[in-house]
Design a binder for this molecule. Structure first.
Ligand code: AMP
Ligand code: MG
Length: 418
């Protein structure tokens, strides 16, 4: 399990920028060193534990990129077309029986190994047969055309996959292309998830008139799973210091991270801070981010704790900026900065200087075909519909005070956040 020092998340400044938060997390959270081996088919989404150097070149042998006809470079027609007698036929998976004869051409198919001495392939669409049944090749083809040399994709020995890479289907493909069947990956990060609040009922349980069903816990667990975590669903803790402290203490030793939602504001019924302080240490990070409120960062017996705000949208946005980098750091993952793509604003917006804001928006095509962001009409941090009915977040940096229609703004798709 992670073993962090009590003051690991201490922060002196009054307001923390998102960049400062990510910087603090990535420098102060130690990666889990436990490794496990998984089948390549199960490696998608896992964090690679060791560098992988190509055990063979890709492609492993020089082969034809097209269906066509192979010739020696010395025989390439220069200024006029030339007829070649056919000599040999090589299919994908086959081998040429002998080197190609001077002045001859061999029928060859995509992926078939080049015959010895043949260096260039004519596409079958570019040739014709003459009356004698010879293959007539046009002039002007570049030497080496339509051939894929061994190692042109990846030379043997090249470090093609790096430790810390969070594997995507294309990385899985590369491992398979190397002939690997199993990969060493970092074991899944174990996260304990609690909701807090007397007003919450779990779906499936009776709901009192003054209660609402707990949605954050399910959202956060789903987000954690997308980040490759193993999640313990620990239900709802009541707004009571001792009950909270008992619940949190029980899971500290057996998890790498504790995640709570709700109860971290500064009202009298926000007991997470006091509960954590009674069994560990805690700081409230006042982040310069909207939506978002203070985020609690703490340590209980060496295990990090993150307390997210209860409002669903604030919980979602602070997850992205605090929990995501923490999970990636615990897994020893390479940094994966979120890169907003420029789109055109189709809305007006005013904001305060000195904090970063995320505006829930949908994308559409403008009349000229360019992508435009349309702001969700309402702004409440409790509106789940605002997350469900939009495509992503417009990121407005600290210095921005106004957005006017037509202005270029950065868009982060929900699909890219996890
Ligand atoms: P809190 O951060 O505890 O002050 O909660 C702020 C708002 O978020 C309140 O309206 C809560 O009812 C709501 N809330 C807190 N936790 C959850 C949850 N797990 N699911 C849905 N709403 C919540
Ligand atoms: Mg609460």
């Amino acid at each position: 399990m992670a073993q962090l020092s009590d003051d690991c998340f201490a922060f002196g400044g009054p307001m923390m920028s998102v960049d400062e938060a990510v910087g603090l997390i990535t420098t102060r959270v130690d990666a889990i060193a436990d490794i496990e081996t998984v089948a390549v088919i199960d490696a998608d989404g896992r964090v690679l534990a060791r560098d992988i150097a190509a055990p063979l070149p890709l492609p492993p042998f020089t082969n034809s990129a097209v269906d066509g006809y192979a010739v020696r470079n010395a025989d390439l027609p220069e200024s006029a077309e030339r007829a070649f007698p056919l000599d040999g036929r090589i299919q994908a998976g086959g081998l040429a029986r002998a080197p190609i004869k001077a002045g001859h051409t061999a029928r060859i198919f995509t992926g078939a190994p080049m015959p010895p001495d043949a260096e260039t392939v004519f596409m079958q669409e570019d040739v014709r047969l003459d009356e004698a049944g010879r293959i007539v090749l046009p002039p002007g083809l570049k030497p080496g055309a339509n051939v894929r040399p061994a190692g042109e994709d990846i030379p043997q020995g090249h470090v093609a996959l790096r430790a810390g890479q969070r594997l995507l289907p294309q990385h899985v493909a590369l491992a398979a292309a190397f002939g690997l069947t199993r990969l060493d990956v970092v074991r899944r990060i174990r996260v304990a998830v609690f909701s807090t609040g007397d007003e919450l009922a779990s779906p499936g349980e009776p709901r009192a008139t003054s209660q609402l069903f707990d949605s954050n816990r399910f959202m956060l667990m789903a987000m954690l799973r997308r980040l490759g975590c193993e999640v313990s669903d620990l239900g709802i803790l009541r707004d009571e210091r001792n009950a909270l402290a008992d619940g949190l203490k029980q899971v500290a030793g057996s998890h790498d991270l504790i995640l709570t939602t709700g109860g971290v504001s500064t009202g009298e019924e926000d007991h997470v801070k006091a509960a954590v302080e009674s069994i560990g240490s805690l700081v409230l990070w006042r982040m310069a981010i909207k939506p978002g409120r203070p985020v609690a960062m703490g340590i209980i017996g060496g295990t990090p704790l993150i307390g997210l705000p209860g409002n669903p949208v604030a919980s979602f946005v602070t997850f992205v900026h605090v929990v995501r980098p923490t999970v990636l750091a615990l897994a020893g993952s390479l940094p994966e900065p979120l890169l907003p793509i420029p789109v055109r604003a189709a809305f007006t917006y005013k904001k305060k200087i000195g904090r970063r804001e995320y505006v829930r928006s949908s994308l559409r095509r403008g009349e000229d075909g360019a992508l435009e962001a349309v702001k969700f009409p309402r702004e409440g941090a409790g509106l789940l519909s605002s997350l469900v009915e939009t495509d992503g977040l417009i990121e407005l940096g600290d210095d921005i005070t106004r957005v006017e229609p037509g202005q270029s703004v950065g868009f982060l798709s929900y699909a890219d956040l996890l």
